[in-house]
Design a protein around this ligand. Structure first.
Ligand code: FUB
Length: 343
């Protein structure tokens, strides 16, 4: 059953001077923060990290999360408020384990919580749960989104009112087990099924959402990421190739795709004049943080840009993370100033 907290709990009393680059939540472990402004207020949809004593491996079995909380802030300098548990694995008919990085979207007064989870065959799919408020409660659809696979959904609302989901992640995220949306499992190792080093890297996947936000309105397509010469970033280019954690924002009419490079731990970015790409690699948004994973979101609040991200300051353990936020700057030429996380 959905165990939704009825009361909101103030977690910390932040001030502008002390909250930037500090853990936002200190009574839970939180990660992969997807931040949005809904109705003038900031809402954060993170993963809820827990210690479940599953041994660490290269497929991320130790990231064994079981539910989601939602957090809100009236402004970037306001206290952050925990709305409580809004969805648990037992509330999702098709999901068996590992509630990884979620995202949310609003359309016509309804709120949609998108999340990856493993099904009974240990295959990641992406689900959606619907609510009447940004903090839920959310009711999961009985099945995963048809045609979905892999992890890290990020739903971008374009300025023309279209919504697109970007998703995918390699290694434990299983994207390497698919080609052209077809499951083609080449083996259990994290790198089985990846292209060879001199072939184009796998890109994130994009699909336009249906009017009701519950399905893909089209066959998902791979997004190409090119270098400055117009050549695809290669699989062997670990410092620049896509690994997981896609996020899209628009600045002055240009689409910015930012993503984690995984085993090299950068948040990199690439730009395009279309949500479908191709995107051209531009540089690094966020240098490596403490902990193996790097995962972020970028959001405009009252004309200022912020990045939400995580590190492992509170625990020192890679699977017990804490979310943070800091300012992000676009330079006059549109490039993003690289952020060195404050430790
Ligand atoms: O939190 C579990 C996984 O770790 C996420 O889905 C990835 O993006 C990485 O942050």
């Amino acid at each position: 059953s959905t165990d939704t907290a009825a009361t909101e709990v103030e977690v910390i009393d932040s001030t502008a001077s002390k909250y930037l680059s500090q853990p936002l939540i200190t009574d839970h472990y939180t990660a992969d923060p997807s931040a949005h402004v809904f109705d003038g207020k900031i809402y954060i949809y993170p993963s809820h990290d827990v210690e479940s004593d599953v041994p660490e491996d290269d497929l991320g079995a130790h990231f064994n999360m079981m539910d989601y909380h939602v957090y809100s802030m009236d402004s970037p300098t306001s206290p952050i408020v925990d709305a409580g548990k809004v969805l648990g694995v037992d509330d999702i008919p098709w999901a068996k384990r590992q509630l990884w990085a979620p995202d949310a979207a609003e359309k016509d007064g309804k709120y949609y919580l998108y999340f990856p989870a493993k099904d009974e065959n240990d295959i990641f799919k992406i689900g959606v749960a619907v609510g009447d408020s940004p903090t839920g409660p959310f009711t999961a659809q009985p099945e995963a989104i048809k045609g979905s696979y892999s992890i890290d959904p990020a739903v971008y609302e374009d300025t023309d009112g279209s919504y697109y989901m970007y998703f995918g992640g390699i290694w434990g995220g299983q994207l390497q087990k698919y080609r052209a949306n077809k499951f083609d499992d080449k083996g259990p190792a994290p790198t089985d099924g990846l292209p060879s080093d001199d072939e184009p890297a796998l890109g994130p996947i994009i699909a336009k959402m249906s009017e009701d936000m519950l399905e893909f309105a089209e066959t998902p397509k791979e997004v190409m990421i090119l270098d400055q010469n117009g050549d695809p970033i290669l699989n062997g280019d670990n410092e620049r190739r896509f690994f997981e954690a896609a996020w899209v924002h628009k600045y002055k009419g240009t689409y910015y795709l930012s993503y984690s490079t995984g085993d090299t731990h950068f948040i990199a970015y690439a730009t395009s004049d279309s949500p479908y790409g191709p995107f051209t690699y531009q540089g690094v948004v966020l240098n490596p943080v403490d902990g193996w994973t790097n995962h972020h979101s970028i959001v405009e609040v009252d004309g200022e840009w912020y990045i939400f991200y995580h590190d492992t300051q509170l625990s020192g353990k890679t699977h017990l993370r804490n979310i943070k936020m800091t300012k992000l700057s676009h330079q006059a030429d549109g490039s993003i100033e690289t952020i060195d996380p404050v430790k």
